[in-house]
Design a protein around this ligand. Sequence first.
Ligand SMILES: NC(=O)c1ccc[n+]([C@@H]2O[C@H](COP(=O)([O-])OP(=O)(O)OC[C@H]3O[C@@H](n4cnc5c(N)ncnc54)[C@H](OP(=O)(O)O)[C@@H]3O)[C@@H](O)[C@H]2O)c1
Length: 262
Amino acid sequence: MLKGKVAVIYGAGGAIGGAVARAFAREGARLFLTGRHRPSVDAVAREIVWDGMPVEVAEVDACDEQAVDGHLESVIDAAGRVDISFNAVGISDPAILGVPLVELDVERFSQPIRTWATSYFLTARLAARRMIPNRSGVIMTVTTLHSRAGFTLAGAYGPAMAAKEALTRELSAELAPHGIRVVGLRPQAMPEATQTGEAFASRAKSLGMTREQFLDVLASRTHPRRLMTLAEMARVAAFMASDDASGMTGTIVNLTMGSLDD
Ligand SMILES: NC(=O)c1ccc[n+]([C@@H]2O[C@H](COP(=O)([O-])OP(=O)(O)OC[C@H]3O[C@@H](n4cnc5c(N)ncnc54)[C@H](OP(=O)(O)O)[C@@H]3O)[C@@H](O)[C@H]2O)c1
């Protein structure tokens, strides 16, 4: 599905970024994987290289405009173009969750908005500038159902995710006339992701549950009564990045398996 496409992934050392990288590689994309710290990205790249796909790795802070721009310049030098930009950046600080809003300090409120919404804006804007001359490209990110539903003890998770979804629509409105699609994925929690475990541990504790009980509650809200796997999410990502999804832009794919109505 992605043969000949050049893809840049931000946060590629994370659970979602790594799964998307593996799926994109399986579909034939040429990958430029980036992350804030190199070792986790190297580990993903090693797996893919064993499968025979060439992969390039770079340390890039997705909140740093110069670093993102300089990296994209090097991608253009090496591959001549960028076709797919996927922002999968996450936050490893579990303290952004589990605190009532009336007790939340401004720094912990701002961190998710800065890391998620601002880094998505930066990576999307800088990729779009390279895609416009080709009149082709796909800009992608990942959100959560907090964008559309209110939960306790989630801090700025919801506002940050809602901002990413609104930005997806606005980017699409401006970029689709230039041949660029902008789409997001909104998966339910995926228990294989370690971040899910750590982030949910504090919320589970505040609700008097174990992490496992909390994940069971989330699973019970889906139609199939189970949570999604990373591979399931990544296969949808590969399809959405491909030309087969040319009819989809300015939208977020609802991967909550029935937890959240459209
Ligand atoms: N996991 C889930 O079940 C789930 C479900 C729905 C949505 N999401 C959302 O998907 C995103 C990723 O989740 P995940 O589970 O893959 O998280 P994760 O495993 O913690 O991975 C996040 C990655 O982002 C990197 N990162 C953080 N700040 C960065 C920055 N400024 N520049 C570049 N890289 C940066 C981290 O690198 P370092 O470790 O080097 O800092 C890490 O490799 C999050 O926004 C999360 O809310 C997750």
